[in-house]
Design a protein around this ligand. Structure first.
Ligand SMILES: *[C@@H]1O[C@H](CO)[C@@H](O)[C@H](O)[C@H]1NC(C)=O
Ligand SMILES: *[C@@H]1O[C@H](CO)[C@@H](O)[C@H](O)[C@H]1NC(C)=O
Ligand SMILES: *[C@@H]1O[C@H](CO)[C@@H](O)[C@H](O)[C@H]1NC(C)=O
Ligand SMILES: *[C@@H]1O[C@H](CO)[C@@H](O)[C@H](O)[C@H]1NC(C)=O
Ligand SMILES: *[C@@H]1O[C@H](CO)[C@@H](O)[C@H](O)[C@H]1NC(C)=O
Ligand SMILES: *[C@@H]1O[C@H](CO)[C@@H](O)[C@H](O)[C@H]1NC(C)=O
Ligand SMILES: *[C@@H]1O[C@H](CO)[C@@H](O)[C@H](O)[C@H]1NC(C)=O
Ligand SMILES: *[C@@H]1O[C@H](CO)[C@@H](O)[C@H](O)[C@H]1NC(C)=O
Ligand SMILES: *[C@@H]1O[C@H](CO)[C@@H](O)[C@H](O)[C@H]1NC(C)=O
Length: 840
């Protein structure tokens, strides 16, 4: 009954929403909120103020503006302050390891670590990645990712993030950020916001504009903004705004998303940097809340800039008030002090553009030939963590008659290119721009070089040798004769397949970032069918960037087990061998829904937009992934949260205790007036290039490039230059939103028991029905990982917060607890929820 009413409501909502959302408009919100040093930023703010107060105008501008593409060693570099021996900031990809260097680790993808559902592993991975970035001299690690969250299953970069569920993603963001920043490196949550597909994320012929993600206010708060709120609450130092538009206003100069949502409502105290060349205006983007521009040039190595000398001029002629510039720089330096860069920093010791020891310090200009790489080994003992996450993120989807784990089989056959090495070498495809050999990472800027990559074939062969098992392997997905010979008579045939995706600047086999289909690549579906037609004990292993259609073999009697291993990073083969041989008992649960056909998701990539700007109307609202499958009554192949173990667990004894935190109070009052730090020398002559200055080719500088323009027509949005006290928002007032949103309303507990024969880890999941006909059937709110011996029981406890039971109310611009009856559920997946009770 709930389902049918929801379907009707979804349909009704979609109809009205599509009328409203097409050509949606983003309201202006000015002035840009200045930081106040709240939410645990007080010490950092004090230090930053002292630093910024000493700076000249040119020095301040230098910190806001990148030096241009390939101007220095990192993928992004701000200008320096030589007078104070301050080298400028190094910003470096990626969300899974240090990109474009050597002697670094290649970590499992965000999607993989999410599949462990272990906050310990979220944080450990963040901390290990942070320490590797720090060891290379990086100030800002460009990750983690909550946008894309994974609205469309074929979205090219979904694997860089965590999961289409905002709560799982939010927890993973917060833990990863804390891990990175505990290592003394600034984390950068990205891509803010609505960056849900690769096609048309930037203007590209024949389109003049990037797509506009048209998102209604409720969906923004309950879905896309949610994990960014968790990031802000976790103290993230930086946020990267994205290429796309939101409601037909570019996300890197959208005053509503930056000033209203991020800096006012979420009370973000750090700095906003643009994605590389996502900035498209000068003074307008500064007023709309952008604090740093990357790579600093207007286009790739174009030599010109919207800021740099243009920002200097805009301050000198009064268009950008001093308080706004000071706020940009204070936010940047506060993030620097907050994570302890002043005590942790080592000089940058690598170069993104050349792995040779000697090369050009300014590669775009081919200037300053010198030592550029010190080849510092930052891997520490992270291989063990990578292997652990690899095993803990492998989802056991099917296991007929305990086919797994294997125990000294007599004869095993390992089939498929995806089990094997890339014959040309692990890093032969730059930014992983090929799908050759085993897949352990997607493609694009969200990658790192492999120090090595253990292919499954290597590790399984070693295991077979130590067991005395006969072993055959075939890497060619098309050589069915060889495959027939290899699997005939084998006790077990393990067949590997993959599906790849990545960032739009690389196209592989016709897939421009986003996947063109949801099937396996390189004949792997046919290969699985062939092996299963011969061998009655066929085990399928999937290395995929997201869901693939598994219906053809899911119920095949000869396919006795299916494992999803995702993108496990450098220890891939060892991790899958640990699981297949039972050295690791699977704990992972799927972080997305597996549909039976592509149409089941209800939303898809728009490959060829019919308007310019392309309009992507998020008409489905909050109904993505499992929320859609539940509401539309569609049976998936495997549901969100599903995963088997080598043991069994039971759930009992749900206890709900109501707490009394008192009523919710909207935040009221006003901010103080915008402060300024130090004095600005408004004499234009003092802001010109120093005499005899050698300007490096295509390098971006803060010095004036000509006369300061005055008297140009001005039509800045009302209030944009106003530094007087401003009203606070009812839902704002502290990091991530009103602090009372985190009050505990109920304490819910349940008993989880290991009823099987081996030790294992269970992921109890807590879902809530918010009760309105317009709400999803259930939404995830809490989870834990409990390690249980056979026969052992443990209590799973979750504190349900006010935020957990609230809906966003557009009229009051606040969270409200609706009067609809609310139910809490606990169980092992989004569709296996044996315990339930009323939240009364
Ligand atoms: C986008 O437009 C919708 C529909 O008018 C509105 O609800 C929402 O708040 C707008 N969001 C932004 C970021 O402009
Ligand atoms: C700005 O930064 C550049 C290096 O990126 C440096 O050469 C220049 O001296 C800096 N300017 C000032 C005024 O500090
Ligand atoms: C300042 O911005 C204008 C307009 O985009 C551009 O033409 C000019 O080259 C910029 N100046 C510099 C020094 O980059
Ligand atoms: C890297 O540096 C070496 C010199 O050490 C030089 O020969 C080579 O051309 C450089 N490569 C690139 C891509 O700049
Ligand atoms: C089996 O694996 C080895 C690497 O261990 C590889 O060289 C060989 O080509 C594979 N055999 C087949 C038939 O693909
Ligand atoms: C799906 O795309 C992959 C990669 O381009 C390709 O190998 C495969 O053949 C496609 N599947 C179908 C059914 O066309
Ligand atoms: C399963 O494998 C056996 C060989 O052991 C084969 O005879 C049978 O046809 C296979 N079943 C299917 C459905 O392909
Ligand atoms: C789990 O329980 C099911 C039935 O309740 C049983 O078929 C299966 O063998 C058990 N699995 C394990 C690993 O104990
Ligand atoms: C001040 O300079 C900036 C940057 O060139 C320009 O955008 C702005 O219009 C100028 N303001 C006035 C009043 O001319």
């Amino acid at each position: 009954m709930l389902w049918s009413s929801s379907i009707a409501v979804v349909a009704a909502l979609s109809n009205t929403a599509s009328a409203q959302l097409n050509d949606a408009y983003s309201p202006p919100s000015y002035p840009s909120p200045w930081m106040r040093g709240g939410n645990g930023w007080a010490d950092a703010y004090t230090k930053a103020q002292a630093f910024v107060s000493q700076l000249t105008l040119l020095e301040k501008v230098n910190l806001t503006t990148g030096v241009g593409w390939e101007g220095e060693s990192c993928v992004g570099n701000t200008g320096a302050i030589p007078r104070l021996n301050f080298p400028g900031l190094c910003l470096q990809d990626s969300p899974l390891g240090v990109r474009d260097t050597d002697f670094n680790s290649a970590f499992p993808s965000g999607m993989n670590v999410a599949a462990t559902w272990s906050t310990r592993l979220f944080k450990s991975r963040g901390n290990a990645m942070g320490s590797e970035h720090g060891g290379k001299g990086v100030d800002v690690q460009l990750g983690p990712v909550a946008g894309p969250i994974g609205r469309v299953p074929a979205g090219g970069r979904n694997w860089e993030g965590f999961s289409p569920d905002p709560v799982l993603t939010g927890v993973a963001m917060a833990q990863t950020i804390q891990g990175i920043q505990d290592a003394g490196v600034i984390a950068c949550a990205k891509h803010y916001i609505g960056n849900e597909q690769e096609h048309n994320r930037q203007a590209a012929a024949p389109y003049n504009f990037a797509y506009s993600a048209n998102i209604d206010d409720v969906t923004m708060h309950e879905l896309y903004l949610w994990p960014f709120a968790d990031s802000v609450r976790a103290g993230v130092g930086a946020i990267m705004c994205s290429y796309n538009q939101v409601n037909n206003s570019y996300a890197s100069q959208n005053s509503y998303t930056l000033n209203y949502l991020l800096k006012n409502e979420l009370d973000f105290q750090g700095f906003v940097t643009s994605d590389w060349w996502a900035q498209l205006t000068g003074a307008a983007s500064a007023l709309a809340g952008l604090d740093m521009t990357m790579a600093g040039d207007q286009g790739l190595a174009s030599g010109d800039t919207f800021w740099g000398s243009n920002l200097t001029a805009a301050v000198l002629n009064g268009t950008i008030p001093q308080w706004r510039l000071d706020d940009m720089v204070t936010r940047i330096m506060s993030a620097y002090y907050k994570v302890g860069r002043d005590t942790h920093k080592v000089p940058v010791n690598f170069n993104s553009w050349n792995l040779s020891t000697y090369g050009y310090q300014h590669p775009e200009a081919n200037e300053d030939f010198t030592q550029i790489n010190w080849h510092v080994n930052v891997q520490d003992d992270h291989a063990a963590l990578i292997r652990e996450i690899g095993g803990a993120s492998t989802v056991l989807l099917k296991n007929t008659n305990n086919a797994l784990p294997l125990n000294k089989p007599k004869y095993i056959a390992v089939i498929g290119e995806d089990a094997h090495d890339n014959p040309a070498g692990v890093n032969s495809c730059s930014d992983r721009n090929c799908d050759i050999g085993t897949l352990a990472m997607g493609w694009g800027s969200g990658t790192a070089n492999f120090p090595y990559l253990i292919a499954p074939n290597t590790a399984l062969k070693a295991q077979a040798a130590s067991d005395g098992s006969k072993y055959t392997n075939v890497s060619d997905n098309y050589d069915f004769d060889a495959v027939t010979a290899a699997v005939t008579g084998a006790d077990i045939a393990i067949v590997f397949g993959n599906a790849d995706s990545g960032e739009d600047y690389i196209t592989i086999d016709g897939n421009q970032g986003d996947r063109n289909n949801l099937t396996l690549w390189g004949n792997a579906d046919a290969l699985i069918a062939h092996v299963a037609s011969i061998n009655p004990n066929t085990i399928v292993v999937l290395h995929t960037v997201g869901p693939v259609i598994v219906e053809a073999y899911k119920n095949h009697p000869n396919v006795t087990a299916i494992l999803w291993a995702g993108l496990p990073g450098q220890e891939s083969g060892n991790a899958i061998t640990d699981v297949i041989y039972g050295k690791v008992n699977p704990q992972a649960k799927s972080v997305f829904t597996w549909g039976k056909q592509r149409e089941d998701w209800g939303v898809d990539v728009v490959y060829t937009p019919t308007s310019d700007p392309p309009q992507l109307n998020f008409n489905e609202g909050v109904f993505i992934d499992y929320r859609h499958f539940d509401a539309a009554g569609i049976e998936p192949s495997y549901e969100f949260g599903f995963g088997l173990s080598y043991t069994n667990f039971s759930y009992s004894n749900l206890v709900i205790q109501k707490q009394n935190p008192g009523p919710y109070e909207p935040t009221t009052g006003e901010t103080s007036a915008a402060p300024t730090f130090g004095t600005i020398d408004y004499n234009a002559a003092d802001n010109e290039f120093p005499p005899g200055w050698h300007a490096v080719k295509d390098y971006v500088y803060p010095y004036l490039d000509g006369p300061v323009p005055t008297g140009l027509p001005q039509d800045w949005p009302a209030g944009a230059q106003d530094g007087s006290p401003q009203p606070k928002l009812p839902a704002g007032g502290s990091g991530g939103g009103n602090r009372q949103l985190w009050d505990t309303m109920y304490t819910v507990s349940a008993t989880v028991t290991n009823t099987g024969g081996v030790k294992g880890t269970e992921i109890p999941q807590l879902y809530i029905s918010l009760g309105a006909p317009t709400d999803p059937k259930v939404v995830l709110r809490g989870f834990d990982d409990l390690i249980l011996d056979p026969g052992e029981s443990e209590t799973f406890t979750y504190e349900v917060t006010r935020r957990d039971i609230s809906n966003w109310d557009t009229a009051s611009q606040n969270w409200v607890v609706s009067t609809y009856p609310k139910t809490v559920y606990v169980g092992s997946s989004s569709r296996n929820l044996p315990l339930s009770g009323a939240l009364a």
